[in-house]
Write a protein that binds this ligand. Structure first.
Ligand code: GDP
Ligand code: MG
Length: 212
């Protein structure tokens, strides 16, 4: 996490405790009628396919396969909802930017995802995951613009930081920081994580609890 985000020990502790409570799969929605009721505050996870969304949700919730159990092949276009302790709902959004997908992929990122982002009153934040090795790409930029236009509050999370050297990390963070700062709807800092090495998870948990 970069300096723009101040960390508070009490909130860190509360965030940790939140995710010691059970997190359970609530719904996998492929149409508006399948969306669960908008009651709890929600934090959604977006990003290219393979960026590490499911791994982050599993790491945050201290579970090995929570986010994967709901991912039956061929149903990757669904929005998956997880209730954590009856306090907050995490939403695993469909990935975008498959290598083999047509150029219109971001546009076709499903009507459902877009209408969810625009109309969900309980949605507090979208965490936009960026693979730290690739950096922010054109497809990510399209999504950032969409978030801005939809008045969605979002934050950048650099994933798989364990794959970079110290110097590469610093470069990746500085670049992402500069780019996020250009967007009014973006959180003015960058979260840096490794789901594998369990780095940066407390800061994300803190961010989530602060939104509830
Ligand atoms: N080295 C490393 N690999 C990771 C990390 N997080 C995810 N991965 C790997 O990246 C791949 C895609 O992860 P996944 O969570 O399924 O991505 P999703 O498609 O965005 O849900 C898997 O092979 C993961 O093991 C990380 O923090 N470090
Ligand atoms: Mg996934």
């Amino acid at each position: 996490m970069t300096d723009e985000i101040a960390s508070d020990p009490d909130l860190i502790e509360q965030g940790r405790k939140l995710f010691l409570r059970p997190c359970v799969f609530v719904a996998g929605a492929m149409s508006a009628s399948q969306l669960p009721d908008a009651t709890l505050p929600e934090v959604a996870f977006a990003g290219r396919s393979n960026v590490g969304k499911s791994s982050l949700i599993n790491a945050l919730t201290n579970q090995k396969a929570l986010a994967k159990t709901s991912q039956t092949p061929g149903r990757t276009r669904q929005l998956n909802f997880f209730d954590c302790g009856g306090v907050v709902q995490l939403v695993d959004l469909p990935g975008y930017g498959y290598a083999k997908a047509p150029k219109s992929d971001v546009k076709a990122w499903t009507k459902l995802t877009l209408s969810f982002l625009k109309g969900r009153t309980t949605l507090k934040r979208v965490m936009l995951l960026i693979d730290s090795r690739r950096g922010i790409g054109d497809k990510d930029r399209e999504i950032m613009t969409l978030f801005d236009q939809s008045a969605v509050a979002w934050a950048v999370v650099l994933t798989k930081i364990d794959k970079l050297s110290q110097r590469e990390q610093e470069e990746a963070i500085a670049k992402a920081q500069t780019e996020a700062a250009r967007h009014v709807a973006a959180w003015p800092g960058v979260f840096v994580i490794s789901a594998e090495k369990r780095i940066g998870l407390d800061e994300i948990r803190e961010h989530i609890i602060a939104l509830t």
